[in-house]
Each structure stands twice: as C-alpha cells, then as structure tokens.
Design a protein around this ligand. Structure first.
Ligand code: G4F
Length: 462
C-alpha cells in the first residue's frame, strides 16, 4: 500500500486530498501542529482512516522525525499561512511557515530519503498569487512572477526552492500553481465562503448585511475537489514538473455576489452588501486567469465543476449548515429549559433585538434580557434571539410555558420577525419594535429581512 504524508491536513485541500488518497488505497498520514487542534476531531470523523502525526513546518527536527516515522512514498506540502490579508499583518510568520517551511520539508526528505536516488515524491502547493501584478494574460507556467503580498513572496520562495531541490538533488519534486479553488469547506475568512455563509445567515434572519472590501477584483475560481486530483496526478508522472491548475475563466467579486444571492432566491444583492476599507489590502492582485493547457495535455486533468455550479454548491451547503446550527441552538436551549426547575417560564419566541418593546407570546409577561450588540461584533444566534430570563432569576414567577422553537411557518414572511400563526394559512407579524403588520401566506419562499444599519454585522477579521 502506498503511503502519503500531507501537511495542512485540516485545511480545505488537505481534507479533500486525504479522502481522495484513502479512496485510492493509500495509507494516509496527516501532519498537525500545536496542541489540541480543534479541527482534528471533525476531520477524523470525516476520514476515519486518516492517521494524525505531530510535526511543525517551523521545526526541522520534527519534520525529520515525521518523515522517518511515516516513510512516505509521497509528501503533499499544503501547510501554510494561506490567508493573504493575514500575511500583511504577520509577514514574518508567513515567510517562516509558507516560505521556509517548504525548505525544511525538502531538507527532511533529502536527509531521510538520501541526496541521491531519493524515492520520496514531493508536491508543493504553489499559488497564482505568485503572478500578482500580472505580466501576461492568461498566466501560464512561463509567466514571470510579481507577487503583491508577503504570502505571494513566500510562495515564490517555496516554488523556487522546490525547483532547486529538483535540479540539485534530482528529487521528484513538482509544483502546482493553483488558482483560487473553493468549496463548502473553504474557511470563512476567504471572500467566497464569507459571501455564501453571509447569504445563508441573511436568509435565516441571523445577519443583516455582508461587509466586504474590493468588489472589482477578479479571480479564476474552481472547485477544490477537482484541484486535489491534479495534485495527485502530478506525482504519478515519470518526471516532476510545474503546472498551472485553473479553469480559464475569470469573474469579479460582483459577479460572484450576483450569482450567489440569486442562488439563495434574492433578486438583488446590493441592499445587503456594504463596504469597509478594513477589508482592502495594502497591495491588491486585480485580475487572475490561468491557462491550464499543460495540465490538460500532460496530466489529462480538467475541471469538472463550473463557476455557476460552484457558487450554487456553496450557497446550498451554507444554507443547510446554518439551518442545522440554528436548530441545534434551539434544541440545546429547550433541553436546558426542561432540565432546570427555574427555566420553564420562557415563551421562547424569536423576537427583534432592536426597538423598545420585546415581543412575547400572548399571555407571557416575562422580562427579556437585553443583549445589545457591540459594534463590530458578529451577530450570533444568541444575540439575535433574546429569550425570557425568568430562568436566570428565581425571584420571578414562572409563567409555566415551555420554550418552543418557532418553525419557519410561524415567522413573518414579509419581515422575517417572529410571528404568530393566526390561521393555518397565514402568518402575521407581531414584532412590536418594527411591526410590518403584514399578513402573508405561510407557503412563501425566501424570508426577507430589510437591512438595518443599526444591526449591521461585520466579521472584523475577514
Ligand atoms: O478569497 P480571498 O481572500 O483569496 P485570495 O487573496 O485570492 O487568495 C486565495 O487564493 C490564492 C490562489 O490565488 C491562494 F494562494 C491563497 O492562499 C488564497 O486561497 O480574496 C479574493 C479577493 C481579493 O482580491 C480580496 O481583496 O477578494 C477580495 N475581497 C473583497 N472583499 C475580499 C473581501 N477578500 C476577503 N477575504 N474578505 C473580504 O471581505
């Protein structure tokens, strides 16, 4: 059975690649650094065959131990500080992990596998960010680099180090210059996932707005699941080489927004999108578009998921995930209410957090806890859904009502606020803070919430 070692296993690409290699019959080892990585459990449940091993791209001796222990046939170096915006704030760390980390891993391979006839094959995750301020369009393997961020500079270092170990030591070391590749597993800090997750939350009434930076940037976006297949194919070639992996199409953030909101049932995205210069970068990469002819001809690789398909996939996955999280939140709240003798008083209705008067189920006189949101903090289910606090105040008499989760049918279709069914066929808004007064059929489609500047949610770090 071939053995593969992956760095960056808990990231988007690492997760897809681990599943691909397990399906191909590999023994797969995922290198993880630090203590108690919170994603390990989730990744382990996703791919039970995956074995984790501790090591750190900042620590050469740990890499030597890992390579010695695993004795891999193939090493996929996906570990990096991969968020371009973060690389401007932590340039030295980025250079160390994203750049020098490549050198350390290649050294570990050279030391363990030998400086000659080394049988360990190496894949380096290079990036289209290396092209930066592009010198030619579309970008190919021959396009000169002009990186625009500490991340891009570090990737150029890693790329040329890979080429150097190939030429100097004859290592089977290949480099994939991957253009942006996304999926439902993409981190929330990247623009595509920030958009699709934000849309899901807006649709569910958990967030009012999406705040972004430069909407004019244009990217060649593909599906990460397709791109890990290209990585594997590179290491199956007789000769190592460098390959551009891309779809050959470019789209602006505006186009992504338009398609994504449409996929969620919204007619117009503009009312829901704000801008904040905090999300702009000191130096931007304006337009990227790759030419993957070489990969198509030599690796027989081509992308399977197109741009609209990718956007739809991400939006749909986020809506399902956010709904599940919301339902889970309600189940936990109800379970807690049931298990505590002082908690059965809450009527548990969804209400508005803004406006003077809380909205409770008719007959419930409990006082709600006011949870004002701090500016710049993300809206969360807990801040959006203040609940009766009789549970936390034993001096208040219980109204004896059980907490109930409002089903979508009991929410106002016009404004998304908590509503009360007055008839089986209609839902009437009873939000007293911003009563829309609308009676609407409960069979409608997307719930809409008008944007409110006072409750604009931003995720400051994305
Ligand atoms: O999604 P992004 O953060 O990805 P970026 O910078 O293109 O980098 C990604 O792709 C590279 C491949 O080319 C990888 F090497 C890298 O590791 C990473 O996976 O930003 C895309 C564009 C940028 O132009 C950015 O300025 O979206 C723009 N943008 C506008 N508003 C935003 C936002 N990006 C983020 N993350 N958040 C915003 O609010």
């Amino acid at each position: 059975m071939p053995r593969a070692l992956i760095t960056g296993t808990t990231g988007q690409d690492g997760r897809y690649l681990a599943q691909l290699l397990v399906a191909k019959g590999y023994d797969v080892f995922g290198m993880v650094s630090g203590q108690a990585n919170p994603k390990i459990q989730m990744v382990q449940e996703e791919t039970p065959e995956l074995e984790f091993i501790e090591g750190d791209l900042q620590d050469l001796s740990s890499l030597i131990s890992v390579v010695e222990l695993v004795q891999p046939d193939e090493v996929y170096n996906l570990g990096a500080i991969s968020f371009v915006a973060l690389s401007f704030r932590q340039p030295e760390l980025t250079a160390d992990i994203t750049g020098l980390g490549v050198l350390r891993m290649l050294e570990a391979i050279r030391v363990i596998g030998g400086a000659q006839d080394n049988s360990i094959r190496f894949y380096q995750a290079s990036s289209s960010e290396m092209f930066g301020k592009v010198r030619a369009t579309p970008q190919t393997e021959k396009t000169p680099f002009h990186p625009r961020s500490p991340y891009g500079v570090a990737k150029v270092f890693g790329h040329y180090t890979t080429v150097n170990y190939r030429e100097a030591y004859g290592l089977h070391a290949s480099s994939g210059m991957l253009f942006n590749h996304e999926s439902p597993r993409r981190g929330l800090e990247f623009v595509t996932r920030k958009i699709t997750n934000g849309i899901a939350r807006i649709k569910l009434g958990l967030q009012d707005k999406l705040v972004l930076g430069n909407l004019e940037a244009s990217r060649d976006w593909g599906f990460a699941g397709d791109y890990v297949e290209a990585m594997w194919r590179m290491l199956q070639q007789d000769e190592p080489d460098d390959y551009v992996i891309a779809t050959g199409e470019t789209h602006t953030i505006r186009e992504f927004l338009s398609l994504a909101f449409e996929a969620a049932g919204f007619d117009d995205w503009k009312p829901y999108v704000g801008s904040d210069p905090r999300f702009e970068r000191p130096a931007e990469v304006d337009v990227l578009i790759g030419d993957a002819t070489k990969a198509r001809e030599r690796l027989g690789w081509e992308p399977k998921v197109d741009f609209p398909g990718l956007v739809r996939m991400m939006v749909e996955a986020d809506i399902v995930a956010e709904e599940a999280r919301d339902n889970h939140w309600w189940s936990v709240s109800r379970a807690r209410a049931r298990s505590s003798p002082t908690t059965s008083a809450c009527c548990g209705r969804s209400t508005s957090t803004s406006g003077p008067a809380p909205t409770w189920r008719s007959g419930c006189t409990r006082v709600r806890r006011s949870r004002s949101r701090r500016p710049g903090r993300a809206a969360s289910a807990s801040t959006r859904r203040p609940r009766c606090v009789a549970r936390s105040d034993p001096t208040r008499p219980s109204c004896g009502r059980r907490a109930t989760k409002p089903s979508p049918e009991t929410r106002c279709r016009a404004c998304s606020r908590g509503g009360r069914s007055s008839s089986p066929s209609s839902t009437v808004c009873i939000s007293s803070s911003a009563r829309c007064g609308t009676s609407s059929p409960s069979s409608g489609t997307a719930r809409r919430r008008p944007p409110s500047s006072s409750t604009t949610a931003t995720r400051a770090t994305r």
